[in-house]
Design a protein around this ligand. Structure first.
Ligand code: DGY
Length: 419
């Protein structure tokens, strides 16, 4: 298909998913503003409407809690087609707008940098206004989510990789007793075989109930929540985001020493996620003191985080050779690999973009280009789906997906400017 046509289609998806100041990930399945989806949307908007890109991030930060946390969902308007909504989260009194009680991978600072680079003069006042908000959010992660310098999640939804096998061990440690009856909505929009199982969903809802019971008090959650897993997604993404925030701070004449200290902490923390048994960066269950034993697409975010680990080049070569369309979200050699089920195998364009940016930044240019070209082929052949079967390329999950379209515009398209 003509790449110009694809650019137009991608822009049309962003516009169609625009709800005025924020973009939904896709109509129906995800009817609110999701944190990292929105940051990717802003990156996509920056390629054709930079004012709209700034607005996207500003709306996201309008939901920031006084303690610095930026929630993973902002419920701007009620939508009965989604579960669990604001009444289930029970976060009243915490933030300025109804929201969930957890966060999501902090890609925003890196995309704010990209937006500002596309709008260097006119955007300075907006970058200046966002800078302290980004610092406060990053500080919240450092205060409440780090263990041995690696960044932890308190819910699988916080990593954004909901049903990754990385969490299986830690979820098995929570018994969803008393979770009660509830009606899922996701499986009314999308084939249940492409979504988390009921076993997983019971535990997701139970963990939301735990957070609510603890009043979303971070000290209590750190002490009592049974689920606290150090996550390569969070750790590498925050490392990168800290560096982009340093770049912004220096350009704005701000003191960035505190952020530099955070980079050092996370660099040491990332090293603790190396699991010698699988020769890869891995998730680590801090409650049980155990690695998950999973090579995931998040393992390959090391370069994005700033860790040029040649051992991971061997891993990526192995995983690439096992599929047609890399990078699968879970190791195809594992018995837990499931080519269609969300984060247990499918390839996600937005993770590919982050991996590709990291590879290119460390001079692994042919790897980066191969990944970009194969991601572009997926989107050109199968459209802007939520995710793709890595064996056949078949589209899966929701269609006309915001972050897939944004990634096309900002990274995968042959016309996209890359650095
Ligand atoms: C869902 O509803 O499945 C989302 O992934 C939660 O963030």
């Amino acid at each position: 298909m003509d790449p110009i046509t694809l650019d137009e289609q991608a822009r049309a998806i962003l516009s169609a998913n625009d709800r005025g100041g924020y973009t939904v990930p896709t109509a129906g399945l995800y009817p609110y503003q999701w944190n990292w989806d929105s940051a990717f949307a802003a990156w996509g908007f920056a390629t054709f409407d930079v004012a709209r890109a700034w607005a996207e991030v500003e709306t996201l930060f309008s939901g920031q809690w006084p303690d610095g946390m930026v929630p993973h969902i902002l419920f701007h308007k009620d939508d009965p087609g989604y579960y669990p909504g604001p009444d289930v989260w029970g976060t009243e009194g915490h933030g300025p707008i109804p929201s969930s009680g957890i966060s999501q991978p902090p890609v925003a600072a890196s995309f704010v940098r990209a937006i500002w680079e596309a709008d260097r003069d006119a955007g300075t006042a907006r970058a200046r206004a966002l800078f302290p908000k980004l610092v406060a959010w990053h500080r919240w992660f450092m205060d409440w989510r780090t263990e041995r310098g690696a960044v932890c999640i308190t819910h699988p939804w916080e990593a954004g990789r909901d049903n990754a096998p990385d969490w299986d061990g830690a979820l098995a440690g929570s018994d969803p007793v008393g979770v009660g009856e509830y009606t899922r909505r996701d499986t009314t929009h999308v084939d249940a075989a492409m979504r988390p199982t009921k076993y997983d969903y019971d535990r997701y809802i139970w963990l939301v109930q735990q957070g609510r019971r603890l009043g979303w008090d971070q000290a209590a959650l750190r002490r009592e929540n049974p689920f606290r897993v150090a996550d390569p997604t969070m750790t590498f993404i925050l490392m990168r985001a800290h560096r982009d925030l340093i770049w912004m701070g220096q350009a704005l004449g701000e003191d960035v020493r505190e952020i530099e200290g955070w980079v050092e902490t996370l660099t040491a923390g990332a090293a603790t996620l190396w699991n010698p048994e699988i020769a890869a960066y891995d998730a680590y269950d801090t409650r049980a003191g155990k690695f998950a034993g999973c090579v995931s697409s998040a393992s390959f975010l090391c370069w994005y985080g700033g860790v040029d680990d040649h051992r991971m080049l061997d891993q990526i070569a192995r995983v690439w050779d096992a599929v047609t369309f890399p990078v699968p979200s879970h190791d195809p050699a594992s018995d837990k690999f499931d080519a269609k089920r969300y984060w247990r195998g499918p390839t996600w364009g937005m993770i590919n973009a982050l991996i590709g940016i990291g590879l290119a930044a460390h001079g692994h240019v042919s790897h980066a280009e191969r990944l970009r070209a194969s991601t572009a082929e997926l989107m050109a052949k199968h459209g802007f789906a939520e995710y793709f079967d890595p064996l056949t390329g078949a589209p899966a999950g929701g269609g006309t997906f915001t972050w897939t379209a944004a990634v096309w515009l900002a990274w995968a398209s042959p016309q996209a400017g890359r650095d």
